[in-house]
Design a binder for this molecule. Structure first.
Ligand SMILES: [Zn+2]
Ligand SMILES: [Zn+2]
Length: 118
């Protein structure tokens, strides 16, 4: 993913644009709002060339990693990112089996699945 897109995504939610040199910032998971720290470097000719956020990942909403536009990006913590992809699997499965969300059992009553050898 292009660093400039990540930068645009981050700046959209920042009070001020990044300055030249190394910038440290705080950012939140787009889903659960968990807080993360990151850093980004801006070159003298104003290009973002190094960006990292510990514990969070960028996600492409339309599933197409080539579609690097800000509107198609979300930043999620690892847990939310995993769950978003699980949810995608479930949605496709519902579609394939002709069921809806209402056909699913109440997940609050479900225990986590365990596997046993037999
Ligand atoms: Zn999250
Ligand atoms: Zn993803």
């Amino acid at each position: 993913m292009d660093n400039e897109v990540k930068r645009a995504y981050l700046e959209k939610n920042m009070l001020a644009p990044f300055s030249k040199g190394k910038n440290r910032f705080m950012v939140f998971c787009d889903f659960c709002k968990k807080k993360f720290h990151g850093s980004i470097k801006i070159s003298k000719n104003n290009r973002a060339y190094s960006m990292s956020v510990n514990g969070a990942n960028f996600h492409h909403l339309d599933g197409n990693p080539e579609n690097d536009v800000v509107e198609n990006m979300r930043l999620y913590c690892r847990k939310c990112h995993k769950n978003v992809h699980y949810w995608g699997i479930i949605q496709r499965w519902l579609e394939k089996t002709g069921n809806t969300v209402d056909d699913l059992p109440d997940s609050k009553k479900l225990k986590p699945m365990t596997y046993r050898k037999y």
